[in-house]
Design a protein around this ligand. Structure first.
Ligand SMILES: Cc1cc2nc3c(=O)[nH]c(=O)nc-3n(C[C@H](O)[C@H](O)[C@H](O)COP(=O)(O)OP(=O)(O)OC[C@H]3O[C@@H](n4cnc5c(N)ncnc54)[C@H](O)[C@@H]3O)c2cc1C
Length: 437
């Protein structure tokens, strides 16, 4: 007799574990299967875990804003105490620099007003007081120091100030957040199977019936949810559903770097999560009084698509280190640039328009929460809630493709139209086509 579950979830990262918790709360006997040794060991483990609301679309902002409240209410939301400890939500607030001319902050301001997102607008004087280590020069375009001999030339303009969201920040330990979710799922009867690779999505008469593991073991379930992160396209190919999808996913290599805070400034304690569109970087405080820097994917940075997510260069490269760290040095002139590189490398699971796919598929009982595009850690608990509502509705016979499921959110009360995340949408022209979503 094969082992059985009501729903198998492929993957136990932060989103897979959140889907499990929300399904288990609704009475499903869930089983997360992951080829790694414990939850959150995949791309979640190297996430910057930043929680911020400035997306490029109304739906994107609404979902991210809802996420703020889950992280703020984490222990209460989960209702368990993980003996490994509970994550902390570091509510630093987020600075989105306001640049001269049309920029991301102006687009976001309109969306914030429409949705009631709490924010402050800081003029340059306020920004100077809050962040005395910032330069206020605008460079007028992001380039690479190894390609542009005018890299350090200023445009003569100054930035205008900042759009500040006090409710945002980052999560202290992304891997632990998955484990917290795992413990909460287990408390509701959910099970987790580790060191087990899925090699087949079994199906019969247009319906999923379970999976086969590399060991040859078969596990039966009428529902399988693909939450495989950067391996999502492989699982979709296994299920034979990829060809029917208008939006597809693929893996993109991404580097994050760490540098010490400038002398005399405690960035770990007094720094904010910041997005600097002029330099196409984001950065935030990190333990050990360091600054963590990521790229906002400017056109000048080469994109390294990865055909096999189990084989890629996981070492920081000198060229990308220089690009990101020197860009930060344009914003923080007192930055000390270490001679040795330090950082992490991992993969984004990028969709064609950098907006995730939270959807069903052409195969009955096969669902997906994929294409997280480097920007869905923050949304994991919201995505868990939305996927559970969507799965519930579809399993009761609702035709989600014809009449998209609408989900009422728990904290903000906003309504999310899940049709926005459809696998068969047209490419969304309002997307930033970057990690900003
Ligand atoms: C460097 C980096 C920085 C990021 N920064 C941020 C940020 O600041 N804010 C933000 O909101 N988001 C950020 N993200 C994105 C965010 O981390 C991801 O969207 C999120 O962690 C994805 O979670 P997941 O559960 O979908 O995937 P994963 O954590 O990758 O989990 C997928 C799991 O599936 C398993 N799996 C795959 N194939 C199989 C198989 N065949 N059999 C069994 N198991 C399988 C894997 O082992 C893995 O554990 C970042 C991502 C990266 C890489």
């Amino acid at each position: 007799m094969n082992r059985k579950a009501d729903a198998i979830i492929v993957g136990a990262g932060v989103i897979g574990s959140a889907v499990a918790f929300e399904l288990a709360k609704r009475g499903y006997k869930t089983l997360n299967i992951d080829k790694l040794p414990t939850s959150g060991y995949g791309s979640t483990s190297n996430s910057c875990a930043i929680v911020r609301a400035y997306y490029s679309t109304l739906d994107g902002v609404a979902m991210a804003y809802e996420g703020f409240f889950y992280w703020d209410d984490w222990a209460n939301y989960l209702g368990v105490n993980d003996e490994r400890g509970m994550i902390q939500y570091m509510k630093t607030g987020s600075i989105l620099l306001k640049l001269q001319g049309e920029d991301h902050s102006k687009k976001c301001l309109k969306l914030f007003n429409e949705l009631g997102v709490e924010y402050e607008t800081w003029d340059l004087e306020t920004l100077k007081k809050k962040m005395p280590i910032f330069s206020h020069d605008q460079y007028g375009g992001t380039t690479r120091p190894d390609e542009d001999e005018h890299f350090w030339d200023k445009s003569g303009n100054q930035i205008e100030g900042a759009l500040f969201t006090p409710g945002s920040g980052y999560v202290s330990d992304p891997q632990l957040s998955s484990h917290n979710l795992q413990v909460a799922s287990e408390a509701k009867g959910g099970e987790f199977l580790f060191n087990s690779e899925i090699t087949e999505i079994r199906q019969e008469s247009g319906k999923v019936i379970g999976v086969t593991l590399k060991s040859g073991e078969q596990i039966d379930a009428p529902i399988v949810v693909n939450v495989a992160g950067p391996h999502s396209f492989i699982i979709n190919q296994m299920a034979g559903v990829e060809d029917e999808m208008n939006i597809k996913t693929k893996a993109l290599r991404h580097e994050v770097h760490h540098v010490p805070s400038p002398d005399g400034f405690d960035f770990e304690k007094d720094g904010y999560h910041t997005s600097d569109g002029d330099n196409a970087i984001y950065f935030r405080p990190e333990v050990g009084n360091t600054i963590l820097i990521g790229s906002e994917d400017p056109e000048c940075d080469p994109q390294e698509w990865i055909a096999d997510p189990d084989k890629y260069n996981n070492q920081v490269t000198e060229s990308q280190w220089q690009a990101q760290v020197y860009r930060l040095a344009r914003r923080i002139p007192d930055l000390k640039i270490p001679s040795r590189t330090r950082g992490v490398v991992d993969l984004y699971d990028v969709s064609d328009d950098w907006i995730p796919i939270y959807d069903k598929s052409v195969l009955g009982g096969f669902y997906m929460a994929i294409g997280s595009s480097g920007n869905q850690f923050k949304n994991a608990p919201v995505a868990g809630h939305c996927m559970a509502e969507l799965i519930n509705a579809c399993e009761k016979g609702h035709d989600h493709d014809a009449d998209p499921v609408k989900v009422k959110t728990v904290y903000t009360g906003l309504e999310l139209n899940m049709g926005f995340y459809s696998r068969n949408r047209e490419i969304n022209p309002n997307s930033s086509f970057s990690v900003n979503g």
